[in-house]
Design a protein around this ligand. Sequence first.
Ligand SMILES: Cc1ncc(COP(=O)(O)O)c(C=O)c1O
Length: 388
Amino acid sequence: MKFAPFVDSLSGEGTDAWDILTESRLALERGEDVIVLSIGDPDLHTPAFVIETAVDAMRNGDTHYTELEGRYSLRSAIAEKTSRSAGVAIDPEWITVLAGTQNAFYSTCRCLFSVGDEVIVLDPAYVTYEAAIASTGARQVRVTQPVDSGFRPDIEAIVQAITPATRGIVFSNPSNPTGVALNSNELQELARVAVEHDLWVLVDEVYGDLVFDGVHQSIAGLPGMLDRTVTVSSVSKSYAMTGWRCGWAIGPPELGEHLRKMALINLYGLPGFVMEAADAALRQGDEEVAVAREIYRKRRDLVVEKLGEASALPVLVPEAGMFLMADVRGHNLDAHSFAWDLYRSTGVSVLDAGAFGPTSRGWIRISYGVDEQHLDEACRRIVDFTQR
Ligand SMILES: Cc1ncc(COP(=O)(O)O)c(C=O)c1O
């Protein structure tokens, strides 16, 4: 039988970097002594009140088809939250509820970009952006966020990369894998470029609640940006709800119409009980988010401190999120081999950050989505490994 060539366009660069995750998870299931630091799924539990809300909704019959664009109450809760980070009022009508940031990002790409377009992606970038953009037929143009600036945006290089075919700029803020949270100045510069060149900005803010110092700022609120920004996010990381698959896209009303059409053919509305749970999380979960943020901050500090004892392993201190990048070039120019050697000799599974793009080649990404005891032990093993 023949298959359509479409899926061939969906494998991004460096997809084999994830083999280490697959292998280490299987080893963990077999009861082997491995510590998996190669994934970003929070080990924290979804808050009990959120689960109760979903169960109640299911018991009360909320198990049918729902509104394609999502429930108004949930959209209002998302609008209230985003209005705070954007500093401007976001209309609930501008929000489409989708199946996680991932689905929101992909659906938005399909609505904004097409064959012949160029899309600027700040590199390193979250792995699935490449395939999502490729699925539209548009060409991805990676612009380096230089290592020596701590992987921060290089505005000059972005401007240089713009051509008449450029339609948008795509990035995550805060970033996975780097943990960089863009400051006001950087956001203003990016906004200025987008306005001057009439570009879309597609920003993934899934780690927005996990900024350790200061507050998360949404680029959508800057002058001239509301009409040209699509903000995608979800309840996944903030409320430890990755498996609930509830996310959203926020953008101008016309985008909502396009996304609604997309949802008609590929989602047909999120489950009502999931939306009720997400609504409860957003309205009543501020304390849980604050607790999660502190947990991640403590883990980050622990990893930074412990890896300080490693030999020739500089780290980039993350400002947000649940990942830390370490430069392994002092040991092995090929971070893929480093990650496998580390895994085979210590059982600690980390990711070759080259999977996120050429700029982060020679670096590994360490997730601190596991408890302090395991992190401490993992760091001890990494330090030993580097000293051998
Ligand atoms: C930057 C980034 N965007 C999106 C996702 C996926 O989020 P969601 O569970 O909301 O689809 C992840 C998950 O690791 C991520 O790191």
